[in-house]
Design a protein around this ligand. Structure first.
Ligand SMILES: Nc1nc2c(ncn2[C@@H]2O[C@H](COP(=O)(O)OP(=O)(O)OP(=O)(O)O)[C@@H](O)[C@H]2O)c(=O)[nH]1
Length: 223
């Protein structure tokens, strides 16, 4: 049994997991952050773009090498006007998924800007990975897989091409990032437990589920 094993009883409900990990998804508006998160946590895909306003989050429990890990994943707005809000959440994250759209070259170039924001605002020990989403749209591809791998290598990151539409490679990036966070924190268990304590304070929020705030802007899925 891990030394940080916890059994929690919140509002009369018994919950069991060993550790809480906080991840965040960043990238330009429309790259598919919300779709990736919904596919991973709810196994659902919605072919419309409902722009996230500010931040939203979802939870999922993973079994990683026998450890029950409760993963809290923050979905951020890609739109410029919400950047000051979303940056306030960076410092609470332990892992960040940087996402671009393989059919949208500017979203790939902006990864450098997102990575710079993370360097400025997130904790030093933050773990990151790179994801190129919409791999099902091969005919409209603008960013080769090779370019994605090169950028990932430049930053020393793991890289995945995904499709929220076809379910390709969906659990891999989330699981890999969670493992990286656990490895990075293996000598700093107290630091990992600290967000868990804060989470307990807000446990009722989790029970209600995220108060998703989205604005419907367009319908762009072609799969
Ligand atoms: N073909 C295809 N379309 C996708 C994929 N993932 C997302 N989309 C579409 O891309 C559009 C934007 O997806 P969202 O998940 O809302 O994008 P977002 O990055 O969360 O956008 P913001 O909330 O504005 O930052 C939607 O129309 C999705 O259906 C994918 O893997 N393949």
């Amino acid at each position: 049994m891990p030394c940080f094993y916890l059994i929690m009883n919140i509002s009369g409900m018994t919950k069991q997991y060993d550790i809480l990990v906080k991840l965040m998804i960043l990238g330009d508006s429309g790259v598919g952050k919300t779709c990736l998160l919904r596919r991973f946590t709810e196994k659902e895909y919605h072919p419309y773009h409902i722009s996230t306003i500010g931040v939203d989050f979802k939870m999922k429990t993973l079994d990683i090498d026998g450890i029950k890990v409760r993963v809290q994943i923050w979905d951020t707005a890609g739109q410029e006007r919400y950047q000051s809000i979303t940056k306030q959440y960076y410092r609470r994250a332990q892992g960040i998924i940087l996402v671009y759209d393989i059919t949208n070259e500017p979203s790939f170039h902006h990864i450098m800007s997102w990575a710079g924001d993370v360097d400025e605002n997130a904790p030093d020990h933050i773990q990151r990975i790179l994801v190129g989403n919409k791999s099902d749209m091969e005919a409209r591809r603008c960013v080769s897989e090779e370019k994605g791998k090169e950028l990932a290598a430049f930053y020393g990151l793991d890289f995945f091409e995904t499709s929220a539409c076809t379910n390709q490679n969906i659990s891999e990036p989330f699981t890999r990032l969670t493992k990286l966070v656990l490895q990075a924190h293996s000598r700093h268990v107290d630091r990992v437990l600290e967000p868990l304590d804060r989470f307990l304070d807000g446990a009722s929020l989790e029970e209600k589920g995220p108060q998703a705030i989205h604005e419907n802007t367009q319908d762009t899925c072609s799969c």
